[in-house]
Write a protein that binds this ligand. Structure first.
Ligand SMILES: Cc1ncc(COP(=O)(O)O)c(C=O)c1O
Length: 512
């Protein structure tokens, strides 16, 4: 029985409504340029007594009422929908016509058919479940509570905000376009869970030259930012309950990753030479791993001294601990050469090295890398494969060309000058406006610490947040005893003049 025969006589297909719109895609066929939407799941039963047009109409109406199709969302073309449901276009046309009449959908001249934009997108609160089975989920998540309220959005003095306005959009977009046009099979199908080979080769070259690492491409896995590298490291290296030394004050991202892995966190103090290795040994002599930011300690900005580096490596060799080196922003160093990574000094291959493009390009790119000792490669590869395989190959390929063609080096050079100027503006403004704050950790990166142990930094940060100013209180960066107070101030994403204004606002808040 053809669907046409099943159509009730009262349904009139008002062809005019569609033919009058010159580009209407669902009447005039799929014009090449007219995009088509994603079809919701509806069932069509050809054996049912209910006419096909009715089934399609009801299926779509229900999808719209349940907000599986959202206001303004594009509908599939009638031709593609007919093909998908394996019916002729006629019942689809009449179903859509009915939905149009009732105001569920609307046509837009030249661009297609959409769910009516006037429909509310929010579902009413669900009715309480009458009977609910047990709702079990994974082991309790023991993440620390959310920090004090922070302002929405970006700006002074948000940490981790690069100057994205200086990003080389032109070059990047042409590389994205070129790579997308020339997608090879290797770029489109499942690849190596360790990452795109060409990217890892380029990374190995860059890391050897710029960061004095000793590694080749086989030891690198591509990750979606340092955060994933920390999570993977915890999965591969730790057992539940293992002790991990963390710098104190330290990076909340590391704290969270190791907390999720059920590690026991051991805060180890940081002094002017970096992580206090002797204090660590006294407090916890046999941890499974140590997390460090030796090039630019987060948040205090100290560079780990040579003697501490050697002491840490010697002790790790003796004790069998892994060292997780987070080298998140050391490409930016002002006045002196970048400090070589700890990994390059490591003779006993105890260091797992982590780097990211979040600061040097932009954080939403979610690309980073983890460099591992050779004997860990198989373990990481296995876990990678079972987790998320690897980040999108397209962007790995784009970044390969971006680095290989010299755009990355050029961008770094330009950005170093931009951040240098912003750093100077912030340091200058702090010295003039709030001399009671002592600046530390400013020779590198995109943030510094402004210390004054008498400040109630948490309270001030809360008040600043209410006024839209980001000020990360130093006291919040501690896991153990708070020994320093003040603020971690990011300057990467803020123009020099705005930094000066923001410092004046901070002065007012501190005074108040
Ligand atoms: C110490 C530290 N590590 C790593 C990162 C970057 O994290 P991701 O690469 O996950 O964006 C940041 C960003 O603020 C950081 O402060």
């Amino acid at each position: 029985v053809s669907c046409e025969e099943k159509m009730p006589p009262e349904v009139v297909i008002n062809n005019d409504r569609f033919t009058q719109r010159p580009h209407d895609h669902y009447h005039r066929g799929d014009m090449k340029k007219t995009p088509t939407g994603i079809a919701p799941v509806i069932t069509v039963d050809r054996k049912s007594a209910r006419p096909l047009y009715r089934q399609v109409y009801e299926g779509y109406r229900e999808a719209i009422v349940e907000r599986r199709l959202r206001a303004g969302q594009r509908l599939p073309s009638t031709r593609s929908l007919a093909a998908e449901l394996q019916v002729s276009r006629l019942p689809i046309l009449s179903a859509f016509d009915q939905l149009l009449t009732e105001g569920y959908i609307e046509g837009r001249v030249g661009s297609g058919t959409f769910v009516a934009s006037t429909l509310p997108n929010e579902l009413p609160a669900p009715r309480p479940a009458i009977r609910q089975g047990r709702r079990n989920f994974s082991k309790p998540v023991k993440l620390p509570p959310e920090p004090a309220p922070r302002p929405r959005g970006w700006g002074a003095f948000r940490v981790s905000e690069p100057a994205v306005e200086h990003f080389p959009f032109q070059v990047w977009s042409s590389l994205v376009a070129r790579t997308s046009r020339n997608l090879t099979k290797a770029l489109m199908l499942y690849g190596d869970p360790m990452g795109h080979r060409a990217f890892r080769e380029v990374l190995a070259g860059y890391l050897g030259t710029a960061r004095a690492l000793r590694c080749d491409a086989d030891q690198i896995t591509v990750v979606s930012g340092s955060q994933q590298a920390l999570e993977l490291s915890a999965r591969v290296l730790l057992e539940r309950g293992d002790q991990v030394w963390l710098e104190d004050p330290g990076y909340s991202g590391a704290r969270e990753a190791f907390t999720l892995a059920d590690a026991r966190l051991v805060p180890i103090p940081v002094d002017d030479e970096g992580l206090d290795v002797a204090a660590g040994i006294a407090r916890c002599p046999r941890p499974r791993a140590v997390y460090v930011t030796p090039s630019h300690q987060y948040p205090l900005g100290v560079t780990m001294s040579a003697s501490r580096r050697l002491k840490l490596l010697d002790w790790a060799q003796e004790s069998g601990a892994w060292i997780i080196e987070d080298d998140y922003d050391s490409e930016y160093r002002y006045g002196t050469q970048p400090v070589p990574a700890l990994q390059g000094l490591d003779r006993d291959t105890r260091v797992i090295y982590i780097g990211t493009f979040s600061k040097v390009l932009f954080p939403a790119l979610r690309l980073g890398y983890l460099v591992m000792p050779r004997d860990l490669v198989a373990h990481f590869a296995r876990v990678r494969d079972a987790a998320d395989i690897c980040p999108p190959t397209l962007y790995q390929a784009v970044l390969t060309d971006f680095i290989a063609a010299g755009h990355f080096a050029r961008h770094l050079r330009r950005m170093r000058a931009v951040y240098h100027e912003r750093r100077d503006a912030l340091v200058g403004a702090l010295a003039t406006e709030i001399p009671s704050l002592r600046v530390i950790g400013d020779p590198a990166g995109m943030h510094l610490a402004a210390v004054n142990d008498k400040l109630r930094d948490g309270k001030i940060a809360e008040r600043a947040a209410a006024e839209g100013l980001w000020t990360m209180p130093l006291s919040e960066c501690y896991l153990g005893e708070v020994t320093r107070r003040g603020f971690v101030l990011g300057y990467g994403g803020v123009k020099s003049d705005d930094l000066v204004t923001a410092v004046r606002r901070l002065r007012g808040l501190i005074k108040a």
